[in-house]
Structures are given as C-alpha cells and as structure tokens.
Design a protein around this ligand. Structure first.
Ligand code: DC
Length: 221
C-alpha cells in the first residue's frame, strides 16, 4: 500500500498549492477532495435539484455514474460521462457546497470514493477531514492555517485572476460563513487531527510550506 499524505485546513489556507507542490516533488498523485463535494453539488444543480433538499441531492448522487482516473498526476472524476472542472468553481456550486457537504450520506459516499483512490498509488490529499476520517492511520498528517484576513485576500486574488467580479468584503463574508458551517456541522467538523502537524502559513512562502511538509514526510519515511 502506498502512502497517503493528508493536508487539511480551512478555505484558502493554501492547501491546493501546497498539496500540488508536494505531490509534484514526491511524484505522488494529487487529490482535491473538495472537488468531489463540489461534483455532487454540481450534479444535483444540473439535475434541477434544490441543494437544500437533502433527499433529492442523494437521489441525484446515487443515480449518477461516477468514475475515477488519474490524469497529469492528479486524480479526477467523471459523472455521467462528463468531467466538470471549471463548473465546480462557479458561484451556484460555491454557495451550495458547504450545505451539501454537511449531509452525512454524501460524506459517506465521498469518503469511500477517496479511500478507493489508494489503488492508484501514493496520494497527497487535501481537504477538511482527511487526517481525521479518510486516512486517520496515516503518519503523514498536516493542518494548514493562516489568518482569516490573509486567507480572504488570497481567495480574492484567485477569484479576480479567474475573471470573477467579486468585492473583497464579500469574499471575506463568504469565507467566514463557510468556515462557520465547516467547523460547526455535526458530520465530521473541521478539527485538527490527532497527531497532525499544524503549519501556520500566514507569513511563509509557498515554497517554505512545501519544504516543511516534505521534510516531515521524509523524517518519518
Ligand atoms: O476545499 P473546497 O473549498 O473545494 O471545499 C468545498 C466544500 O467541501 C467546503 O464547504 C468544505 C467541504 N469539504 C469537506 O467537508 N471535506 C473535505 N474533505 C473537503 C471539502
């Protein structure tokens, strides 16, 4: 069995850039677990389902055909033959995903799917519950954090770079709301996993964070 490096933390804490960098340097497969929660949300929305209607979301999820594969060093999925990428970042998905991710049966489906990716090889998986729920036995767990203002600014710059018309204070509000839902939901709230190394990236460069993770993984290898 390969290694599974778990990288958890709140929105815009730098998980994606760090996880991609670590995966590239170690030759591991990068997995964005949030993309799958977004995929379930997107599938529901495109089937005309109200994301607040948990039973209908589950029906849309269970009746779809999901497949997983590796492309360019990253695990990705198709749903009913389509591979959503940009669609997962759209506003309707972004605004509904925290609610969908709070549905216990959605979490069960996603967690089982994520575990099955170990069949592809060693993984660097970013998310909210990777160290606590998906791979609790992994010796390689990290919790990335950064000040809320810094995280909001990072997310704002990302959105602007992607051509979205957003206001900084709205991004801050939406981030706070998502943090609140993620940290207080009953099913697998965002917490630091036992044994996880906490890295506060507020005043670190991306490269420093990547090296901190890689050094820690090598020390335990
Ligand atoms: O990381 P992200 O912004 O793409 O995550 C989207 C949503 O999914 C967010 O509300 C948190 C949730 N999520 C989760 O509950 N567990 C994970 N392992 C990953 C994401």
């Amino acid at each position: 069995m390969g290694k599974a490096i778990a990288i958890d933390g709140p929105s815009a804490s730098g998980k994606s850039s760090v996880s991609k960098g670590v995966a590239a340097e170690l030759g591991f497969i990068y997995v964005d677990s949030g993309a799958l929660y977004r995929g379930v949300t997107w599938q529901a929305i495109r089937k005309g389902v109200d994301p607040k209607d948990a039973a209908a979301v589950l029906e849309a999820m269970h009746s779809a055909d999901w497949a997983f594969f590796v492309k360019n060093g990253a695990a990705i999925f198709s749903v009913d033959g389509d591979v959503p990428v940009q669609e997962l970042r759209e506003k309707d998905v972004r605004e509904a995903v925290a609610r969908v991710a709070a549905i216990p049966e959605v979490r069960k489906f996603v967690v089982e799917s994520l575990r099955s990716l170990e069949n592809f090889g060693s993984l660097v998986m970013e998310g909210r519950d990777i160290g606590t729920v998906v791979f609790p036995d992994s010796p390689h767990k990290f919790y990335l954090d950064a000040d809320p203002e810094e995280r909001a600014m990072r997310r704002y710059r990302e959105l602007v770079a992607a051509g979205e018309d957003e206001k900084a204070h709205e991004v801050m509000e939406s981030l706070k709301k998502r943090d609140q839902i993620d940290a207080t939901r009953k099913a697998d709230p965002l917490v630091v996993a036992p044994g996880a190394q906490v890295i506060d990236s507020t005043s670190m460069t991306l490269e420093e964070v990547i090296q901190t993770v890689i050094d820690a993984v090598r020390r335990k290898a």
